[in-house]
Design a protein around this ligand. Structure first.
Ligand code: ACO
Length: 311
């Protein structure tokens, strides 16, 4: 490191200021950001699959238009995040290769299937709700490009969460069959949505260092608790229940207590053994291969323009 660089970096972190791409940064700070931002970007684009599954079967033209817009937003989030990762000196093609080879992760939640239309509502309410809870603090992340990408992503995620809540609200107040469909969907997604926040603090490999670096502002367990506290009254408003018999208000703690998460299931999903892991990666690889001609055409066009500019 150039003289005084480490001290300047530490001072920026201590003051809660932003580190920018051209600033000197420790190798492990850069590596952690590349890992987290890449995983986040991969989650956005893999996350398009479960919902895209319902575009052709959305129950009305309006629902279809909203769902298409939402899935396109997720693609856009992936693009902002790959761009943020590129400011750290890694290439997008390289990151996609790592995803396709199964050497970088994406969120566990996208390895579960979307079995009913109600799942589109539940994903908006619970999955995007969990994503916002985790991502709002990332708007204050110490790395400038990541923090700024998060601002816009969180605004769009809020819209996604509202549209999901509204879908579920309509179903929960519809016919008994619609209500049952909504409840069955919430029963399946509730526990996996709690797993999105990552392992318990005691088992979280990166939390301590990431919090010291101002990348993470709150621990996995803190954000999981915040999420449970937020969704319990929302479930009441929907007229739906959450599938946890141990869920109850704890006056002393000022929080809801909740039952144990099945961490064995989480570990299996991370190892590649969730219900849809193989299908998701296979589809992603196929989509990438099928898009090769677009990348080649874009490069040929750019090369042609560069030659013209030279003349
Ligand atoms: N799914 C898949 N992998 C996970 C999950 C999860 N839900 N939670 C944790 N992990 C992985 C970590 O990436 C890490 O693996 P690695 O060492 O191979 O990289 C390992 O489990 C240990 O976990 P932690 O030490 O707690 O990891 P970390 O400090 O990175 O915290 C967290 C995990 C909270 C997910 C963090 O990375 C984060 O905030 N990421 C940004 C948000 C994000 O990626 N959201 C994607 C889903 S939301 C959406 O896209 C709509």
């Amino acid at each position: 490191a150039p003289e005084g660089a480490r001290e300047r970096f530490d001072a920026v972190i201590a003051a809660g200021e932003r580190v920018e791409p051209r600033d000197w940064m420790p190798d492990d700070y850069r590596a952690t950001l590349v890992r987290q931002i890449a995983q986040h970007a991969h989650s956005e684009i893999i996350g398009m699959q479960p919902e895209a599954n319902w575009i052709t079967r959305a129950p009305s033209l309006k629902r279809k238009a909203v769902l298409i817009a939402k899935v396109q937003d997720e693609a856009g989030h992936g693009l902002y995040l790959y761009s943020a990762a590129e400011t750290l000196g890694v290439g997008r093609a390289e990151l996609l290769d790592l995803l396709h080879e199964g050497r970088q992760k994406y969120s566990s939640i996208f390895n579960y299937p979307t079995l009913s239309w109600a799942d589109v509502g539940t994903i908006g309410w619970l999955v995007d709700g969990a994503a916002i809870t985790n991502q709002v603090p990332l708007c204050r992340c110490s790395y400038g490009p990541y923090a700024r990408a998060m601002v816009r992503i969180c605004k769009e995620e809020s819209f996604h969460q509202r549209q999901g809540f509204e879908i579920l609200h309509v179903l929960a107040h519809g016919t008994p069959e619609q209500h049952a469909m909504a409840q069955e969907s919430v029963n399946r997604w509730y526990w996996p949505s709690l797993m999105m926040f990552g392992p318990p603090d005691a088992e979280s490999a990166h939390s301590e260092q990431s919090m010291a670096y101002g990348i993470k502002r709150f621990s996995n367990d803190e954000l999981r608790q915040r999420f449970v506290d937020m969704i319990v009254p929302q479930a009441d408003a929907l007229g739906l229940t959450l599938p946890d018999p141990e869920l109850r208000w704890n006056d002393e703690r000022g929080h809801y207590d909740f039952g144990p998460v099945d961490w064995a299931e989480f570990k299996q999903v991370l190892k590649g053994n969730g219900p849809c892991n193989r299908q998701r990666l296979a589809h992603r690889r196929e989509a990438h291969a099928a898009g090769a001609w677009v990348r080649e055409a874009a490069q040929a066009h750019a090369a042609k323009r560069a030659r013209r500019a030279e003349r």
